[in-house]
Design a protein around this ligand. Structure first.
Ligand code: F6P
Length: 342
């Protein structure tokens, strides 16, 4: 019986378990065996697996995170790991691999395909920054969490007549910031795609207060940076894919806004709360559709491809396309957000 392996890599997000469930259910229906590889690429390097059957995936649809575990292991980083991946792929008796991940995990999948492994990809990330798919699952849940937080910040900001800066995730793309900001009615939204003009931010806030408002909500993406500054990071250390840990821009910004405007300002960093918890219906359905399609690609031996959402259709695109460039916020959407500034 042919065997499919499945792994989830990179930062977890809501919707991974619906994908795992869909892959297992569809694979079993099609007469395949399925092997769960634990903790992303680390499990392939270390030959660490778990069995997956209809009972293992029962009840996981509403659960956040991933029952397989995850890691940020990059098998192309450490000498010898690539060979271990290839050897373990054989030892596990795999005929195909479904890799579920973002830019980094799928970047490895794309290279492995070029190195001869039969891999298909499934795009996940709360950042929604993958090219070649309109949406990744995980984004909708993170967005809704961020929106709810902004709603909550409104009531306390209004009661205390304060400015509150909400720092959201998203790495180098401003999707969570701009969409949560629009949905939550933020008064200023700052994204990595457009350098922060502090004079302009303070002008907008002051004008708003001049027309009688006594509070403001500023949403800032963790990757946003000042016109003349650099990215604010939590530490200098790079992970196996060369990323630094972002975070801290909210604190800097709040201090500067308070100093310049004289209005009492607080900061709230939403952090990993955005990544945790149960997936929204949209993410459950998208994850399920992606999982079923991934197995169809395996059945059709269409390796080196990634499942993707185009409009309302599930399609497949070359993995190399998906990881070629980051998908960032377009001017049209930011222009809509700007209509509501101040
Ligand atoms: O890529 C998803 C993401 O949540 C980013 O938005 C964020 O910058 C990063 O992961 C945080 O990573 P970690 O979980 O390693 O702190």
């Amino acid at each position: 019986m042919a065997r499919i392996g499945i792994l989830t890599g990179g930062g977890d997000c809501p919707g991974l378990n619906p994908v795992i469930r869909a892959v297992v259910r569809k694979a079993l229906l099609a007469g395949y065996q399925i092997v769960g590889i634990k903790n992303g690429w680390k499990g392939l390097v270390q030959n660490d697996t778990m069995s997956l059957d209809i009972n293992t995936v029962s009840g996981i649809l509403p659960k956040g995170g991933t029952i397989l575990g995850t890691s940020r292991t990059n098998p192309y980083k450490q000498e010898g790991d690539l060979q271990k991946v290839k050897d373990n792929f054989k030892k596990m008796g795999l005929d195909a691999l479904v890799a579920v991940g973002g830019e980094d995990t799928l970047g490895v999948a794309s290279k492995l395909f070029k190195d001869g492994l039969p891999v298909v990809g499934v795009p996940k990330t709360i950042d929604n920054d993958l090219s070649a798919t309109d949406y990744t699952f995980g984004f909708d849940t993170a967005l809704n969490v961020a929106m709810e937080c902004i709603d909550r910040l409104h009531t306390t900001a209004e009661s205390h007549h304060r400015i509150i800066v909400a720092e959201v995730m998203g790495r180098h793309a401003g999707w969570i910031a701009v969409e949560a900001g629009i949905a939550g009615g933020a008064d200023v939204i700052l994204i990595p795609e457009i350098p922060i003009d502090l004079d302009e931010v303070c002008k907008i806030i002051k004008q708003r207060h001049e027309r009688g408002k006594t509070f403001s909500i500023v949403v800032v993406a963790e990757g946003a940076q000042f016109k003349d500054g650099s990215m604010v990071t939590q530490e200098q250390k790079l992970d196996a894919f060369g990323h630094v840990r972002l975070g801290g821009i909210g604190e800097n910004l709040a201090g500067l806004i308070e100093k310049r405007t004289g209005f009492e300002t607080r900061v709230s960093v939403l952090g990993h709360i955005q990544r945790g918890g149960s997936p929204t219906a949209f993410d459950r359905v998208l994850g399920t559709r992606f999982g079923v399609k991934a197995v169809e690609l395996v059945i059709g031996k269409k390796f080196g491809q990634m499942v993707a959402l185009s409009g309302n259709k599930i399609i497949d695109v070359p993995l190399s396309e998906a990881v070629k460039a980051l998908k960032t916020v377009d001017d049209d959407l930011y222009d809509i957000a700007k209509v509501f500034f101040g």
